[in-house]
Ligand binder design. Structure first.
Ligand code: HEM
Length: 307
């Protein structure tokens, strides 16, 4: 389960930002224990006046088909709290918000991961379209860090090395429409079976033979996985970790979330390839934003806000 918050205050001077951020980071760190994972991400609004921000951080653009609601998009800071115990997560989030003097919660969304488990080093969960997600993620921490963590020599400010760009997208899914399609049709739209096996018969953890199927007879060329990751030897440099949400009245879907060391090579390259995918008519992205999760510790606040 996860709770996302975005908040901030305008008109602060650098010293006030610094104090407020350090306090917020410490209260997030205080709840980041005992089965609760909590972290913060910095939004582009924080860097409006200066030039020391992460090189690629900007307000999330509106992509083809998006209908971004300003009331649940962007923000100065993202706080994410996750864990297995819903009550512990809720209490941790309340504690952070309760101590966040000077900040205002702009939006928040609760998520959950049905069938959450780890297999072969990969975190798997079932999404509202009844498909298991996570197979395309790396199976080792080393490979995950290679895709997600900013290194030196990438043109990023020194303080940002060890951090990660996080993309959050609130994607409403047309589950009633989707459920009218046969399972076979759904599998051709995704490009995998519901349990992760490939449509050409390859097991979930092996590579499918896209090259031997140029016309998409087994795996359609406009299927999600084929467009998302066409070159099986070079998977896109991002790590996904999404949650389902259900706000009632049919407003259900995915809180899509992914981490990468380079926003353009990671999320943006994949998102652009997905334009025109067969799944597009079942999706409506209504919110979210781009954030930068700083490296552990407080050192980055000194680099950001020199008086
Ligand atoms: C919001 C609706 C979405 C749904 C329902 C969805 C569903 C899925 C499913 C079922 C898989 C196959 C299992 C797996 O490898 O995890 C998958 C794979 C993948 N998806 Fe999505 N996805 C969505 C959005 C996105 C977005 C917005 C991106 C990135 C821009 C993305 C990128 C990927 C990538 C990179 C893979 C792995 C492909 C591979 O290695 O074969 N997905 N997705």
């Amino acid at each position: 389960m996860v709770l996302d918050l975005a908040g901030g205050a305008s008109g602060w001077k650098a010293a006030e930002w610094k104090g407020a951020l350090v306090r917020l980071r410490r209260s997030v760190a205080a709840v980041d224990r005992d089965g609760v994972d909590a972290w913060l991400g910095l939004g582009s609004g924080l860097f409006a006046g200066g030039e020391r921000g992460p090189r690629l951080l900007k307000e999330m653009p509106s992509f083809a088909g998006d209908l971004l609601d300003p009331a649940q998009s962007h923000g100065d800071v993202l706080v994410q709290v996750a864990g297995d115990d819903e009550k512990a997560v809720r209490e941790a989030a309340e504690q952070v918000v309760g101590r966040a003097t000077g900040w205002r919660v702009r939006w928040q969304v609760d998520g959950f991961r049905a069938g959450n488990r780890v297999e072969g080093g990969k975190g798997l969960a079932r999404n509202p379209f009844h498909f298991t997600e996570g197979f395309g993620n790396p199976g080792t921490d080393r490979e995950a860090a290679d895709r997600a963590v900013v290194r030196s020599g990438q043109g990023e400010p020194d303080w940002a090395v060890g951090g990660s760009y996080q993309v959050v997208r609130i994607v409403r899914l047309a589950t009633e429409l989707w459920d009218k399609d046969s399972v076979r049709e759904q599998e051709r739209i995704i490009g995998r079976r519901r349990d992760g096996r490939w449509l050409d018969g390859a097991p979930a953890d092996e590579r499918p033979g896209f090259a031997a199927d140029p016309d998409g007879r087994a795996t359609p060329v406009d299927s999600h996985v084929r467009l998302a990751a066409p070159d099986r030897r070079n998977p896109p440099p991002l790590v996904r970790r999404s949650y389902s949400y259900d706000r009632g009245d049919g407003d259900r879907g995915l809180i899509f979330s992914c981490f990468q060391r380079d926003l353009a090579e990671g999320f943006e390259a994949v998102q652009k390839r997905l334009e025109g995918e067969a799944m597009a008519k079942y999706l409506l992205t209504t919110g979210g934003g781009y954030f930068f999760v700083p490296p552990p510790g407080d050192a980055w606040t000194d680099a950001l806000f020199r008086d």
